[in-house]
Design a binder for this molecule. Structure first.
Ligand SMILES: [Zn+2]
Length: 522
């Protein structure tokens, strides 16, 4: 094994007993000594290879606890409507993208947000038909809970006026009963099945370079079995450079149990993660499950995507098979029911159940999460992206929203991530949002609900050790101390001394995973 000494750096270890050191000695993938350079050299003797780290600081590699890497990878080659300012602009981008595709080929992509359009209209198939009459088009909304399709795409999956709404979904219809092209929740699944074409391992190979360049060294991937297969292909070929904790889709739970899969199985590069359940939808689509209706949308409480009894049964089945559970919950009612279900099933030794997003909570449920040891897997940029939406749709409701300070104070384990491609995967955007509660442009001044801000040390811990804890890997990842993996990044900004608003502009200079330089800024 090669012994390397990484040196000439201000290394923030994350360990309160020794927060900064000047050098690390690494044997193979594992740190064997941390301290002053002379001390570290003495610990490993002569003959170690010396690696100088350039930059202002070194911090542990960042760990995204909730990312859809397959969707992100595909998105790199798809149309991106995220910052389109109007329906017209969205359609112009679709038209421009279509000319690059083969005749009749599917046009994928999207991540549109009609709440941001100058006229926030609900788009329809006729608009898409006007720019793409001869090819199928299917465009998920930014929160992923709605798909906007053209007529050709609806024809290809056989959706017409006679098609009933599926359980847990809605085919939006016009006044004549004709589908408008908007498919909500499970109504979009048949189209989604067609949207996963292409060579995923090639796309993931490219995507991991982007993620390493952003300072990510580990991810909890929330995508499907095709993504797992593609990662295993990279792993088998020795091409995996990023560590992956791979979630199981609920549709595959039984098959996974049958083949003996369980959470934590694998090695430091590729491990089986939790099963991903959905309890509700999303705020922007008015499908998150609330106790009170949305302001201005009388009687609409959102929806339970998985009915409570099924939820409890699924958690019981997974836990009995040694599989941890990660349940998507956004609305307060959804979060309440998920906590009830975890409580009813009881603790399963060695398994860390989690709530994904945990966005709008009753305070008592936060206390219960702490008592039950349920991890809050949160995405700080969702908070700052949603400020206007929360202020309008949840006006007057007494809820703790994106309440990471309350979570931490109550003793809820926090794990941070991006939910990319819903948001950009840059972890420094998340750290900025966590410590400022402002948008990238600094608004609102002083931060939105600033009492919920974290300090940078707390935010970094949530994005490193916190994510590792959620995966049961805190003994291997997240701190730069002997016995842990040498996953670290050198950055051009020291997050501990920088102004909070400049953290978002941090550039990664070098990314080391397992003691090897895997990416370097040229
Ligand atoms: Zn997600």
């Amino acid at each position: 094994m090669t012994i390397r000494i990484f040196r000439n750096a201000r290394i923030h270890t994350g360990d309160p007993a020794r927060p900064t050191v000047q050098a690390l000695a690494v044997d193979g993938e594992t740190i064997v000594a941390a301290g002053g350079e002379a001390e570290v050299r003495a610990a490993v003797g002569a003959g170690a290879e010396l690696v100088d780290l350039v930059g202002e600081a070194v911090i542990p590699g960042l760990y995204d606890a909730h990312i859809h890497t397959a969707n992100y990878a595909r998105g790199l080659s798809e149309v991106d409507l995220r910052d389109a300012g109007s329906l017209e602009e969205a359609l112009a981008r679709v038209a421009a993208h279509a000319v690059r595709l083969a005749p009749g080929a599917w046009l994928f992509g999207g991540r549109w947000n009609s709440n941001l359009w100058d006229r926030p209209v609900q788009p329809d198939r006729h608009a898409l038909d006007s720019v793409c009459p001869d090819r199928p088009v299917a465009l998920p909304s930014v929160d992923g809970h709605t798909v906007w399709a053209n007529s050709q795409a609806l024809r290809m999956v056989g959706v017409d006026r006679t098609t009933p709404d599926p359980v847990g979904g809605r085919i939006v219809r016009d006044e004549h009963g004709e589908p408008t092209g908007i498919l909500r929740e499970s109504a979009s699944y048949p189209l989604r099945a067609l949207m996963t074409a292409g060579d995923l391992s090639t796309e993931l190979r490219a995507a991991q370079e982007e993620l390493l360049a952003l300072g990510l060294t580990s991810v909890h991937d929330i995508d499907g079995e095709d993504c797992r297969a593609a990662y295993l292909e990279l792993y088998g070929a020795g091409e995996l450079k990023l560590r992956v904790h791979k979630a199981i889709p609920v549709a595959h739970l039984e098959a996974a149990i049958e083949e003996g899969r369980h959470t934590g199985q694998g090695d430091d590069w590729f491990r089986t993660g939790p099963v991903k359940l959905y309890s509700d939808g999303a705020l922007g689509s008015h499908t998150c499950h609330m106790s009170e209706p949305f302001a201005g949308d009388a009687g609409n409480h959102g929806m339970a995507v998985t009915p409570y009894d099924d939820l409890e049964k699924l958690i019981r089945t997974a836990a009995a098979a040694g599989i941890a559970v990660a349940t998507h919950a956004i609305g307060d009612r959804a979060n309440h029911l998920v906590v009830n279900a975890y409580e009813a099933v009881g603790s399963s030794p060695g398994l860390r159940h989690r709530i994904e997003h945990a966005q709008h909570m009753r305070r008592a449920d936060i206390t219960r999460m702490a008592r039950l040891g349920v991890v809050a897997s949160m995405q700080p940029v969702h908070c700052t992206s949603d400020i206007d939406l929360v202020s309008s749709l949840l006006a007057g409701q007494d809820l703790a929203s994106y309440a990471w300070r309350t979570m931490l104070n109550e003793g809820v384990p926090l794990a941070f991530g991006s939910d990319a491609p819903v948001e950009h995967p840059n972890p420094f955007a998340a750290l900025h949002a966590a410590v400022t509660r402002t948008r990238p442009d600094g608004t609102p001044a002083g931060g939105w609900q600033p009492e919920q801000r974290l300090n940078i040390g707390e935010a970094l811990l949530a994005h490193t050790v916190g994510s590792a804890y959620a995966a049961g890997e805190e003994g291997r990842k997240g701190l730069l101390t002997p016995g842990r993996l040498a996953d670290l990044i050198a950055v051009d900004t020291d997050p501990f001394t920088a102004e909070p608003e400049s953290i978002q502009h941090t550039e990664v200079l070098t990314t080391v995973v397992g003691g090897e330089v895997r990416w370097q800024r040229s």
